[in-house]
Structure formats: structure tokens, C-alpha cells
Design a protein around this ligand. Structure first.
Ligand code: ATP
Ligand code: MG
Length: 459
């Protein structure tokens, strides 16, 4: 099943936007805090200056009371900022209100600090308060007083909002710029991949040369994998071509013989000549049949190898081998060979009975063909703890040690005249391997003849 296609470019952009948005919001929050602080510091200084200007004008009158003449500039320096409104009050010794807005909140005294600031609400509006504590001297004693100056916070808020807005704008522009850069960079970076795709698309289907395009190092691994896959594919295709070539060559020989013998039969002068040609043609047909049977068997092995639950069947090998051996006894008698079975008890393996039967038929067939008249052939089944061995042993000429490796290759024969394809032993080995087994060629008893040993895991 194909999973949904996604765009690398969109993914990268998505990640970039999400991460910068998160970082951006955090940065903006910090900027806003900083902006409020800065605005407060600046404005507080003006507030304190204004309170100081008022305090300078506080004097002790002749009657000992405090008098203040509010200087216009003291408030002017505040009102110049935005539409903020300014309030003040001056108080004498505890409880003695002198002038200003009597309802304006003041602040309790903080030890060791002549000026203190606070946020408050006055007449439903947020305000910032500055409270200055001083004392006026009469020459004899000093009279404490408190100057409270407040202003609404419109200008401060405007200032911090402007700072925030500018920061947000800058950040937005930066994110947009980064997104553009990513878009362009991804487009450029992906170009080699498009070129690679084009180069592969332009190839002819049987061109399996390694890909030589220059690609980024991140993609090189993928290209290497594809290249090694192509090498394997090429060798598999070569093997297939080799196989079909060999197989058709094998079939052509008996067909040519049939054709020649049929022509001879047509031109035969006597019935005997015709009969002999027909017999030869018949033999060639039988040979072609054998070749086809071996080829079909190979195809069956391939199919079985692809099946998921292959050979999960439990079979009793001793009984199977005994009955197949028995089937071949008449044929063995015809060629003067003494064919026998040895083996006791039950030996269970997991395999496909038809394929294991074909395996044994090939081995017995070989022995009957190559061991020679008068030979003895023994089929043996024996078992150990976790292995079951199937042996076919004869005391014929055997296979010379230097040829033993060669005859395991497809279509390779041991230089015998008997008809055959050279597929038998490879088939035996492949069927054994299919069920986790092995095959090996050994000398027969006393160094004579051939013993083929096939082992299967006990099942
Ligand atoms: N029991 C044997 N004794 C002597 N030589 C053998 C024996 N079995 C096999 N060989 C040699 O090994 C070769 C390969 O055997 P294999 O069964 O693979 O092919 P084949 O018998 O020639 O053809 P096919 O079995 O496909 O018809 C044979 O050609 C033969 O020379
Ligand atoms: Mg054979």
C-alpha cells in the first residue's frame, strides 16, 4: 500500500514556521515586559522630578503652617506627554491635607526611602503614583510633608505598545525572509534529485548501468543501494538469459533428432529401416520429455521457494523413500542393477512430499544410469537427534573428485554419453536447501562408487 505523498519543502517550511512562531511569541513576551519596564523607568523619573519641583515650593508660613505655591511648570512637564491627566496632593504633618486632590491615594512611608512609586487606580483609571517625603525647616524645628504626584498611564502604555508592535513587525519580516530562503534553498537542493529522476527515466528498460549522476552526500547512500540492486538485478537477468539459452539448446537437440529420424523413416526402403528410425525418434521424444520434466521441476522449486508456508507438511521420509525405491526396482532389473532399501523406524521431516519424491527419483535415476550393469544401489534413511539423512549409494564408477564441484552447476554433466540435461544434482541441492537441508557427494563404500548424502532437519 502506498502511503500519502508529502512534500519535503512543505515539511521544512512547517517546522520552520512553527518553531520560529513559538520562539517569536516567547521573545515578544519578553520584549513587552522589558518595554513596560523601560517606559516606567523613564516616566517615573519625570514624575519624581515633578514631585521635587512642588516640594521645593513648600514653605512654612509665619503661623507655622505649611504653604505651597504649585509651580505651573511642575505639572506642565507631565502633561506634555499624550493625553495623560495629572493629579497631585500635598499633605503636611500626619493627617493635615494642604492642597490638591484630596481623594488621590497616597502611599505608606517606606523606611530609608524619600521617593517611592506605585501603580493604583484613581477615578476608574489606572495611574502611576510618585510619593516624595520631605520636611520644611522653620529655623527652630522641621515640619514633615508629603508630595504625591500621579498621572494616568496612557503614554506609558502607548510607548510599550509601540515598542511591542515594532518588535513584532521585525520578527514577522524575519520569519517571512527565512521562509523565503528555505523555499529557495530547498528548490535548489532538490535539483540534483530531479536530474537523477530524469536520468533514470531516460534510460532504456534494459540499461542497468550504475547511476553516475552527482548527488548530494545525503542521497549518495540511496544511490549506492540502487546501484548495488541494479548489479544484482543484472546478474539475475544474465543468469535467466543463460538458463533459457541452455534450456532451449537442450531441447533443440532431441527435436533435431526427431526431425532427422522422421525424414529417414519417410525415405526408408524397408519396414525395418522405418521401424528403427521410429524407435530412435521415440527415444528422442522421451529425452525431450525428461528435459521438460526437469525444467518444470525447477519452476516448481522456484514457486515453492516463493510460497510463504512452504513445506510445513510433516512427512515420514522412510516410508516415502521405501515406496519410491520399490517403484524403481523393475527398471533397475532391466539394466541389471540390484536396487535395495535400508532403514528402520520412522523419520519425520517437514517438506513437500512431491518435491522430496522428485529429489529421490533424480538420485535413483542417476545411479541406474551411471552405476553400470551389475552394480548395487542402496537407498538409506537414518536419523540422529535433530537430523534425518537420506543416502543413495552405488558401487559404480563414481564421480572423479575434481569433477564433483562442476556437476553441481546447472547443465554441467560428467562427460557421460547417457542422455541427460545436467540439472539433476542442482535440483536435488535446491530442494534440500528449500527445507533447510544440505547435499554432499562422497565416495561409496570402500572408496568405490558414489554416495549422495542429503540431510534434513528433523521435524
Ligand atoms: N551415481 C552416479 N555415478 C556416476 N556419475 C554420476 C552419478 N550421478 C551423477 N553422475 C554424474 O554427474 C553428472 C550430473 O548429474 P545430474 O543428475 O546433475 O545431471 P544428468 O544426470 O546429466 O542430467 P539430468 O539428471 O538433468 O537428466 C552426470 O552427467 C554424471 O556424469
Ligand atoms: Mg541426473
Amino acid at each position: 500500500m502506498r502511503t500519502a505523498v508529502y512534500s519535503l519543502r512543505r515539511r521544512l517550511l512547517g517546522w520552520l514556521l512553527i518553531s520560529t512562531a513559538v520562539i517569536g511569541v516567547l521573545a515578544l513576551m519578553d520584549t513587552y515586559r522589558e518595554a513596560v519596564k523601560t517606559a516606567n523607568v523613564v516616566s517615573d523619573r519625570v514624575l519624581a522630578g515633578s514631585a521635587l519641583a512642588i516640594a521645593e515650593r513648600v514653605v512654612v508660613a509665619e503661623d507655622g503652617t505649611l504653604q505651597v505655591d504649585i509651580p505651573y511648570v511642575a505639572l506642565e512637564m507631565l502633561t506634555s506627554a499624550a493625553q495623560d491627566r495629572v493629579f497631585y496632593r500635598v499633605d503636611g504633618p500626619p493627617g493635615a491635607f494642604i492642597t490638591g486632590y484630596q481623594t488621590l491615594p497616597s502611599l505608606p512611608e517606606v523606611a530609608g526611602q524619600s521617593t517611592s512609586f506605585a501603580d493604583a487606580v484613581f477615578r476608574g483609571e489606572p495611574i502611576r503614583l510618585a510619593v516624595l517625603r520631605r520636611s520644611a525647616s522653620t529655623g527652630v524645628n522641621s515640619v514633615p510633608f508629603v508630595v504625591t504626584v500621579a498621572e494616568t498611564t496612557i503614554a506609558r502604555r502607548q510607548l510599550s505598545q509601540t515598542i511591542l508592535l515594532h518588535s513584532a513587525l521585525r520578527l514577522g519580516l524575519m520569519i517571512a525572509g527565512a521562509a523565503l530562503i528555505v523555499w529557495v534553498a530547498v528548490t535548489f537542493s532538490l535539483r540534483p534529485l530531479y536530474r537523477l529522476g530524469d536520468a533514470i527515466a531516460e534510460r532504456s528498460p534494459d540499461d542497468l548501468h550504475p547511476i553516475g549522476e552527482r548527488v548530494p552526500s545525503e542521497v549518495q547512500g540511496l544511490v549506492d543501494t540502487v546501484n548495488s540492486f541494479m548489479v544484482r538485478l543484472q546478474s539475475a537477468l544474465d543468469a535467466l538469459r543463460h538458463f533459457t539459452g541452455n534450456a532451449s539448446h537442450q531441447l533443440r537437440t532431441p527435436l533435431a533428432i526427431i526431425r532427422t529420424q522422421l525424414a529417414l523413416a519417410r525415405r526408408a526402403a524397408t519396414v525395418d529401416e522405418a521401424l528403427s528410425a521410429a524407435a530412435k525418434a521415440d527415444e528422442a521424444v522421451a529425452n525431450a520429455e525428461r528435459i521438460l520434466a526437469q525444467l518444470l521441476l525447477m519452476a516448481k522449486i522456484d514457486a515453492a521457494a516463493k510460497e510463504e508456508a512452504r513445506g510445513s507438511e510433516r512427512i515420514e521420509l522412510a516410508r516415502l523413500a521405501r515406496s519410491i525405491t520399490a517403484e524403481h526396482v523393475p527398471a533397475a532389473g532391466e539394466v541389471g542393477i540390484d536396487l535395495g532399501f535400508a532403514g528402520e523406524g520412522e523419520q519425520w521431516i517437514r517438506a513437500e512430499p512431491l518435491l522430496v519424491g522428485e529429489l529421490l527419483k533424480n538420485l535413483i535415476g542417476n545411479a541406474l544410469l551411471y552405476a553400470g550393469r551389475g552394480a548395487e544401489v542402496t537407498v538409506r534413511v537414518s536419523g540422529s537427534d535433530n537430523e534425518v539423512a537420506l543416502e543413495v549409494e552405488d558401487n559404480g564408477p563414481g564421480i572423479r573428485p575434481e569433477l564433483r564441484e562442476a556437476v553441481l552447476k546447472r547443465f554441467r554433466r560428467g562427460g557421460t554419453e547417457a542422455p541427460g540435461t545436467g540439472l539433476g544434482l542442482p535440483i536435488v541441492e535446491e530442494i534440500a536447501a528449500l527445507y533447510g537441508g544440505t547435499m554432499r557427494l562422497e565416495d561409496g563404500e570402500g572408496g568405490r562408487g558414489l554416495k549422495v548424502v542429503v540431510t534434513f532437519p528433523a521435524g
